[in-house]
Every structure is written in C-alpha cells, then in structure tokens.
Design a protein around this ligand. Sequence first.
Ligand code: DOR
Ligand code: ZN
Length: 416
Amino acid sequence: MLVIKGRVFYRGRLEPLSIGIDEGRIVAVRKILRGDEEVDHGDALVLPGCIDMHVHLREPGLTEKEDFASGTRSAALGGVTTVFDMPNTRPPVSTRPDLEEKAARVRGRAAVDYGLYAAPRSGSAVPRLLGADAFKVYMAESTGSLQIGTEELEEVLAASAEADRLVVVHAEDAGKFTTPSTRGLEGHHMARPKESEVSALQLLSKVRGEARLHVAHVTCVEALDAIPEGATTEASPHHLLLDFRRDLKGFGKVNPPLRPPEDRDALWRAFVDGRIDVVASDHAPHTQEEKEGPFDEVPSGVPGVATAFPLLLRKVKAGALTLERLVRTMADRPAEILGLPKGLIEVGRDADLVVVDPRRTETVRAKRIRYKCGWTPFEGMDACFPQTVYLRGDAVVEHGETAAENLGRPITAAKR
Ligand code: DOR
Ligand code: ZN
C-alpha cells in the first residue's frame, strides 16, 4: 500500500491525515497509516484532483492549436486529473465511426483520464453514439459550425433522455445577435448579448422534456435566473475573472463573450454564493497567429485548462472564496454530474490527488503551462500551481513539472 500524508481535505475540512492507496484507489483515510511506501507532503494541502468537464483538445484535425498529449499534459500541471473533450473537431464527432476513430487515436496518449463528448445532429444519431460519455449540443454557431435547429434539438433531447445521457448545452440564440458599430471586445459582447443566452435558455426550458441538462459557460446572472429547472450550471474562469475592458484584443474573443466588469462581479458573487455547480475551463486554444488577425476574423476561444484551479486557489488564499466551494465546483460536483468514482478523497474513489502549498504564489506565464498555442489570457496574474499531482496513485506531476505522460485512461475504464 502507498501512503500519502499531508493536510488532507476530507469530509469538508483540512486535517493532517494519511491516505492509503492500493491499485490506484483510496483504501483508507486515517490519522496514522503504515505503508510499503510513504510520501509525506508535510503541511501542504492534499485535495482531490480536478475534473474539467469542458475542454477542446483539438484532435482530430486541428492539432496545430493543441493535441491530446499537449492538452492533457497542461491539464495535469494545473491540477486537473480528468478532462472531458468536446466534439467540434475536424471532422466533428457526430457519427459512430468518428467517435471510434477518435477513441482509437487518443488512446495511450493522455496524461490524465478523459471522457469524450459526441455531438448528435439528429434524434436518430443518438442511439449510434452511446459509446460517448456525454453529448454536446450547440444552439448557435461557434467554432466548428455544429449548431442544430429547434426541431433537431428537441429530437436530440428526447432521445438523450431515453438513453439517460447528460446533454451539455451551448446556449446562445442567434436570433438575438446584433451587428453593432462598436468594435473589439465590447463590440463582440454587444454582437452576442446577454439576451441571447437568456433567450436560448427560455427556448431550452420549453423543449427540454425529460433531458438531463448541463448549461455550459454561463456569463451573467440573468442567464442563471433563466436556467431550466433541475439543469446544472457551469461558469468558466474567463467569465469569472476577466471582462471586456481588459486589453486583450482578439486574444479575449470567446463565445459567449467576455462581459462588462459589473457582470463579471455579479457572476463571481453568484459563484461564491453557491449558485454555480461547476467551474470548467472551456479550454479552447487557437494559435497566436490566428488570434493576432483582424478582430472580425479572429476565431473565438481562450485556453484555460492549466490555470483554472491555480487562479481560483489563489482567490481562496486571498479570502475571496472558500476552499470548500473550490473543491465542490472543480472536483466533487463534476464527478457527481458525470457519475465518476472520483472528485472526493474517500475510500473507494480513484486516488487522483493534488498537492499544493498555497503560500507559494507564482505568476502565470504561458511557458510554464506548456500549451501548444503558447499563450494565455491570464498572463501575469497570481496563481498557486500544484507541486505534485497523482493520477490513480501515480505521480504525473512532481516539483511542478511533468513527471509521467500517457498514464491517462478513458473514463469508461475508471467507471469499472
Ligand atoms: O469561444 C468558443 N470557442 N466558443 C465555443 O463554443 C467553441 C470554442 C472553440 O472550440 O474554439
Ligand atoms: Zn466550449
């Protein structure tokens, strides 16, 4: 048995404890444990590994932006031990052969565990895509042009309910988009206004049937107020920490857009108050060259898988957020929503652990987090990066650097 010691986040509080691990799972959590191998992390925090249920790792077809190996390596550096990868690739994951090909292509190349989304474009596609771990639907155009009409949406939701599959929704209503004369990030916010989120959510409430829904990247409180009953909600670090006043130019262009500071503040308060189920990065890298182009042609999306947890842990240290809320939204709740034996330090769960000393603040530097795209919109911000990260008991990060690659498994293996 491997024993890992530290100040462990266990049942909602921090305590000096020992975690016993056997065959990748937690088998004991006690004050004192003896093992064949013991690693003492002193008074560093030991937290459950984060589950990022919204990343775009760009395989297949867009690997100049990111690939499975690079994206999952960055994930691990940021304390993320499970990612769920989106289907808007080239080709998109919309058919069974696409899904099978993707599963085969990424197998053995991930540094953390992973699930795969598929994007059914019609109700009849759903039964053929049940090999996917969850579904994604786009109600409006964004990278990849996977949007579907209301009729198809209704069909997909009904078929997903039948199959008891989670549907993650990109909720924007193109009917509310405008063509403002204002340019830049503020113009982008006006072009895809908050009302488009609210309107899409109202439509979703009408057509949802019995579908199990998760609403991705909510940007504002008005959208939170319009969430269909029983649906879970997600916010992204860029909407919680950035706004359109930042001088990011095309590097801050994302869908749904960055909002004004007032909306960012209100979203943050809602997050702190427990109105948001999940924080997910919506890691959506594009190359620097693409992001430097004329604003209107710049593709939307910002990377974030490696910075979500470190930035928010820094907020905990600053007293702006509780550790409990951070662990709940980045580990425990996503595990609940996705039905994974992860996300908590508890006997029987996978030994996915993040060891971090919150007294050690670092400045976010793109180089440090090793994105293939080479940039981050959070450059220069304070963050607390993990020193050690364990994936099912194996160290995948040590001394803040990659220690092992290729240990990630498909989540179907983890469910066992
Ligand atoms: O800004 C975005 N980028 N929004 C999306 O919905 C897709 C994503 C991407 O894949 O680039
Ligand atoms: Zn996304």
